[in-house]
Design a protein around this ligand. Structure first.
Ligand code: C5P
Length: 458
């Protein structure tokens, strides 16, 4: 069986269902996957409801309805098939659309997953999109949302653009007319909403001496190049609205700056995905900023708001999403300041901090990522927090950067191994990973993570 057969099988199963319950994950990939699957199933005339979970674990299994609907698990399920079996779900009532490594299981649940076929750069939203398109070619309008899911799940980060099957989705988006690809854009977050100097100073991939983490430095850099920072009415301009020549002037100067410091220019450019049907300077205008808005909704327990925005709501619900985004940013800034003010403890290969119950477990990873650039960026950062709903457990988030990953660091491997040794569990990506561990193991766990990182860099 290949990926296409799995897709066809899923179409068959969905068409034969009386009703469908979608169970999805609260991050950008989960929210976009749910929006794609729900829309496609509803368009096929099958009644469908959705349920979001933070993670599929024994406690959250109660979100899975006890009825005779077809349960479609998206962006989760592959790695938790034993839970589905324990719950008594039969082969006939389950369909899994996922991109995580599948867990061996007695019941051969039906799945669509690119990973076994080598499609490792296709997120769940991508899988969901191929099923939607096979249900009805008209669903090509969902390509844009699938791109947001893939970018939000970091499928484009390493390769500086979407590749493989995900690149086919980009082609569909372009053909549909909602997506514009910028082939050699500046590899920088916030190109549609942030003032250019802010954008440049926040960027650490690549790190640019005198600009990264130096907002004044970035302003001086632009001023030397005679780039007008503001519009006639006094608003800061964003990267997207600069003229072609202005962009070229800036990138040429950045290339020179990197070369002068003996740094590689490999990561200065990346492919970016603009949505021409969204307003200029809105957080929905490009894939990575759209994904942030969805993460803000999901991480603050409002995934449905994000899902409605994916489905086109630009009224009251969208305003709520904007509020979620602003609130998210404010609290992340506070968390960042808290980490910097409190300071981290440095071990030989790691820096860490416990924030106790000050911040929810859904955002400590984001704070960790932002703090890393301002701390010792050569050492991966680990942030822990307590879980109010289960004080016997501790949540761990780790972040590093491309620089470390190129040198062999794989946080997903480290956290999966270390948390497993103490009866916890974890996962994620080489650059960003998370885990849950028993509270009493915190100290030994941190030392073990440090040891594993040392081994990876040896
Ligand atoms: O929670 P955090 O933002 O640190 O998660 C980073 C990455 O690790 C995400 O891709 C998340 O899905 C994954 N993760 C995981 N298992 C956990 C916690 C996080 O696979 N227990």
């Amino acid at each position: 069986m290949g990926f296409s057969e799995e897709v066809r099988g899923a179409v068959e199963t969905i068409r034969n269902a009386e009703t469908v319950s979608v169970i999805s994950h609260i991050d950008a990939d989960g929210i976009t996957s749910e929006a794609i699957v729900r829309t496609a199933i509803a368009r096929a005339g099958v009644p469908v409801t959705s349920h979001f979970v933070r993670q599929l674990e024994p406690l959250t299994m109660k979100a899975v309805p006890e009825d005779d609907s077809l349960k479609v698990f998206v962006d989760l399920g592959a790695g938790q098939q034993n839970l589905l079996e324990e719950r008594g779900l039969s082969k006939e009532e389950v369909l899994i659309l996922d991109h995580h490594v599948a867990q061996p299981c007695e019941i051969p649940y039906q799945q669509v997953n690119g990973v076994p076929y080598g499609h490792t750069k296709l997120s769940a939203a991508g899988v969901a999109y191929f099923v939607a398109k096979a249900l009805d070619p008209e669903n090509i309008d969902l390509a844009k949302i699938a791109i947001v899911g893939n970018v939000g799940d970091m499928m484009a980060r390493e390769t500086l653009g979407l590749v493989g099957l995900a690149a086919e989705i980009v082609e569909d988006g372009v053909a549909h007319g909602s997506v514009r690809v910028v082939r050699k854009d500046l590899n920088c977050y916030g190109t549609s909403t942030r003032p250019v100097h802010v954008c440049l100073s926040y960027n650490d991939d690549p790190r640019i001496p005198g600009i990264t983490n130096d907002m004044r430095g970035a302003e001086r850099f632009l001023s030397k190049l005679e780039i007008t920072p503001k519009t006639a009415d006094g608003r800061y301009r964003v990267w997207e609205e600069l003229g072609r020549d202005e962009k070229k002037t800036i990138t040429s100067a950045l290339v020179q700056q990197l070369l002068a410091n003996g740094e590689s220019v490999d990561r200065l450019f990346a492919e970016s995905y603009l949505f021409v049907d969204e307003s200029e300077r809105s957080p929905l205008r490009n894939a990575s900023e759209f994904a942030t808005l969805l993460n803000a909704c999901g991480r603050w327990a409002k995934p449905r708001i994000g899902s409605s925005v994916c489905c086109g709501d630009r009224g009251t619900v969208y305003r709520e999403a904007e509020y979620m985004l602003n609130n998210h940013r404010t609290i992340i800034r506070e968390l960042l300041q808290f980490i910097l003010d409190t300071g981290v403890t440095e071990l030989s290969h790691l820096q860490f901090l416990h924030v106790r119950d000050r911040y929810p477990d859904t955002i400590i990873g984001i704070g960790a990522g932002m703090a890393l650039g301002k701390l010792n960026w050569r050492k991966p950062i680990l942030i822990m927090c307590t879980l109010p709903e289960d004080p016997s457990m501790t949540k761990v988030s780790m972040r590093t950067n491309e620089w470390s990953v190129r040198r062999g660091v794989d946080l997903q491997a480290v956290l999966t191994a270390a948390s497993g040794e103490y009866g916890g569990g974890g996962g994620g990506h080489p650059i960003a990973a998370g885990a849950f561990i028993p509270r009493e193991a915190e100290e030994v766990f941190v030392n073990r993570v440090n040891e594993l990182l040392r081994d990876q860099l040896a």
